[in-house]
Structure formats: structure tokens, C-alpha cells
Design a protein around this ligand. Structure first.
Ligand SMILES: *Cc1c(COP(=O)(O)O)cnc(C)c1O
Length: 381
């Protein structure tokens, strides 16, 4: 018996135009971490999200690292960070030898709880040591509730880094996700809504800071013909070839958002009646790009855990994954302080019961029907 072809969680989806930009780069010999595609990709992203400036870099992680550097985060400093996220949100805090304090999610958006944030600030302020930055993650393509979060941060005069790695194309109260913090960060890793195979973007309205990000990401070379250096820099710039892929991808971003939202609504129509399955809600304050369709399962009602479902899909050659393991539960961050949402560990519960289904914009209806059929079989519906 031949095995069914594998259905992936989220795989790259090219438009066909990427190669035109790459061919042009080849014909003009712009095979370097600079060139017209890099400049134009920066401008196109800045225009798309409605911010003043953008710096194209080698990854979303690099963009977060640069943001922390630009905010002057140093050894021993504190940085607040959403707990329910991929490790890349917080690793750069460790690069700086600073200390993360993790903030729980609230149930209506699965993102940073303003209540937990307020508690963390009042703790920090009593201790006389405020964080240097707050990293707010927009999970699975949905913006966090940034108005109340920003209000709290403004009260303490602490800047926000919006980790919008998963939420390019989403909105918050009509504004683009990633455009609201002091800095916004996007990722173009292979599994994201658009990809350059690997890459990232740091955006801000502050031109001086974005210029500085470009300087730091190219080894911090002083303006002299000989190689002179006053500051420690990084090799973080995006290549002109990859920026070409990004330009082709950005043209179809809106289609990709539409397609992922359709994937979500097909799952929702087919499965939301099952008692014991609950989909990640779409908060009233914005439009999610539905990067990944996520849901939770009630073990008592279904007689199944999320791991049973993931396993049941895996034997059919379908990739599903648990919701991110919260960072406060990671061995890497053992001993870090953590603030709960109203006394309840919401992110832990989401992790224990939550999973993500195949959600690519290139997922065919036929393949999705296969996933749905197996889910119905597993849940006996
Ligand atoms: C993917 C991702 C990143 C990191 O982006 P890379 O480009 O892979 O370095 C950061 N934060 C979140 C929430 C992500 O999903």
C-alpha cells in the first residue's frame, strides 16, 4: 500500500514572481547582503504596515536582538516577555545576559494578559527595577490587545517590542500588526505566512534607530575607507537574493491571509459542533491572519488528549503540533519569574490542551478534507 503524501503544518508557498527578482539580481550581479532588492523590500514592507522605516535582516531573532541592543538592554537588566511563544522571542534576552520575566496569556486572545502585565509592573516598581523593554507576541497571527498593554507600558515609560513574526498581514483596530510598538519584528522563516527561506525585518517610526540597526547589522563599520570599528556589530543583514524572494512574496501576502483564513473557516465549519473542541477565538479588536489554526481539546468530554490527536494524525502522515510550550515551563528559563492571569495559569492550560492543525495557504481542499475526516474519526463524530 502506498502511503498518503505528507500534509505539512505550514509549508512555503511561492507565487512564481520571486524568481524574476532573483534573476534580475543575478544578471546585475547583486549577490550580496545589500542591493536594490534589499532597499526596495524594506520600503515595501514599511509601506505595507504603515511605519516610517524598516531594516531587512537575516532572521526575526536577529531583529529582536537588535531591538534590545537599540534600547540599551545590558547585563542584569530585566525584560518582560509573553510566555506563550516560540523560544526565539526570548533567546535574545539571554544573548544580552538580561533576565526575562514572563507574562501569562488572557483567554480571549491567547496573548499577553494586561492584568498579569500590570501585576508584573507593580512588582518591578516596588523592587525599584523596571524592565528595559516589554516583548509582546502576536500569537498564531492574532494581535495582542495592544491599547491596554501600551497604556500600562506608557505609564511606566517602558518601550514595547512587538514580536509580529507570526502576524504579518493581521490588524489591530484597523492598524497593521507590528506597527504599534516602538519596534515591530517580522520573520520570513520557511514556515511563516510569507517567506524568504530565512529572514526578518525590524520596523520603527524612528529613522535614527533603524539606521543604527542597519549599521549594527553590517559589523558596525565606521564611515572610513580603512576598516575601522568603534562598536561591536553583527553580521545580520539580509541578502539581496533573499530580499528578491520577499518582494515576490509580499505581492501575494493579502491572498495568503485570505487563504489561511479560509482554511480556518473550513475547519471551524466541520468541527466546531464537536463538544470538547474549542477553536482559538478571534478577538474583537482585530483581524487575525490565522497563520495556524489552533484549537483546544477537552479530555473529559472527548476521552482524548491533544497528544492522542496529534499521534492519530501522524500515523496518517499528517503533521500537527502542540501549542507552543510556554517559556516559563522551559528548562532553559527555569527559575525565571512569572506572572499569572488572575491567579490562573492560562498559558499552561492552553499548552496542555492545545494543538495546531495543517494551515498552509497551499493546503488543498482535498487534503484538508482528509485531515477533517481523520479528526472526525478520532473523535467518533
Ligand atoms: C518564527 C518566530 C520568531 C523567530 O523568527 P526567525 O526568523 O525564525 O528567527 C520569533 N518569534 C516568534 C513568535 C516566531 O514565531
Amino acid at each position: 500500500m502506498t502511503k498518503n503524501e505528507r500534509i505539512y503544518l505550514s509549508s512555503p508557498h511561492m507565487s512564481g514572481e520571486e524568481s524574476l527578482y532573483i534573476e534580475k539580481a543575478f544578471s546585475e550581479n547583486w549577490i550580496a547582503p545589500l542591493g536594490p532588492n534589499v532597499d526596495k523590500f524594506e520600503k515595501e514592507i514599511a509601506d505595507y504596515v504603515g511605519v516610517g522605516h524598516a531594516a531587512a535582516v537575516s532572521s526575526g531573532t536577529a531583529a529582536i536582538h537588535l531591538a534590545l541592543e537599540l534600547l540599551g538592554v545590558k547585563e542584569g537588566d530585566i525584560v518582560f516577555c509573553s510566555t506563550l511563544t516560540f523560544v526565539a522571542s526570548a533567546n535574545p534576552i539571554l544573548y544580552k545576559k538580561a533576565k526575562p520575566i514572563f507574562i501569562d496569556s488572557e483567554p480571549s486572545s491567547w496573548n499577553m494578559s494586561p492584568d498579569a502585565l500590570e501585576e508584573a509592573f507593580s512588582y518591578a516598581s516596588k523592587k525599584g527595577k523596571l524592565p528595559k523593554a516589554v516583548i509582546v507576541v502576536n500569537l498564531y497571527g492574532q494581535s495582542a490587545d495592544l491599547d491596554p498593554i501600551k497604556e500600562i507600558c506608557d505609564k511606566y515609560d517602558v518601550p514595547i517590542i512587538e514580536d509580529a513574526a507570526e502576524s504579518l498581514g493581521a490588524t489591530y483596530k484597523g492598524r497593521a500588526s507590528g506597527s504599534i510598538g516602538k519596534f515591530g519584528v517580522f520573520s520570513f522563516n520557511g514556515n511563516k505566512i510569507i517567506t524568504t527561506s530565512g529572514g526578518g525585518m525590524l520596523v520603527s517610526d524612528d529613522e535614527g534607530l533603524i539606521n543604527r540597526a542597519r549599521f549594527l547589522s553590517t559589523q558596525a563599520r565606521d564611515p572610513a575607507v580603512h576598516y575601522q570599528h568603534t562598536y561591536m556589530g553583527y553580521n545580520y543583514r539580509m541578502s539581496n537574493i533573499l530580499a528578491g524572494i520577499g518582494r515576490g512574496q509580499l505581492k501575494v501576502l493579502n491572498n495568503r491571509v485570505e487563504a489561511r483564513r479560509e482554511v480556518f473557516s473550513r475547519y471551524f465549519k466541520a468541527l466546531s459542533d464537536i463538544d470538547g473542541i474549542k477553536f482559538m477565538p478571534e478577538a474583537i479588536f482585530g483581524m487575525s491572519n490565522r497563520w495556524l489554526t489552533a484549537l483546544t481539546v477537552d479530555q473529559k468530554k472527548l476521552g482524548l488528549t491533544r497528544s492522542d490527536i496529534i499521534h492519530g494524525l501522524e500515523v496518517e502522515n499528517i503533521e500537527a503540533r502542540p501549542v507552543w510550550k510556554p517559556l516559563h515551563l522551559q528548562p532553559l528559563f527555569k527559575g525565571s519569574k512569572y506572572f499569572l492571569h488572575k491567579g490562573k495559569d492560562v498559558s499552561k492550560e492552553l499548552f496542555q490542551s492545545g494543538l495546531c492543525l495543517p494551515s498552509g495557504s497551499n493546503l488543498t481542499e482535498e487534503d484538508q478534507s482528509r485531515v477533517i475526516k481523520i479528526l472526525k474519526k478520532l473523535t467518533n463524530k
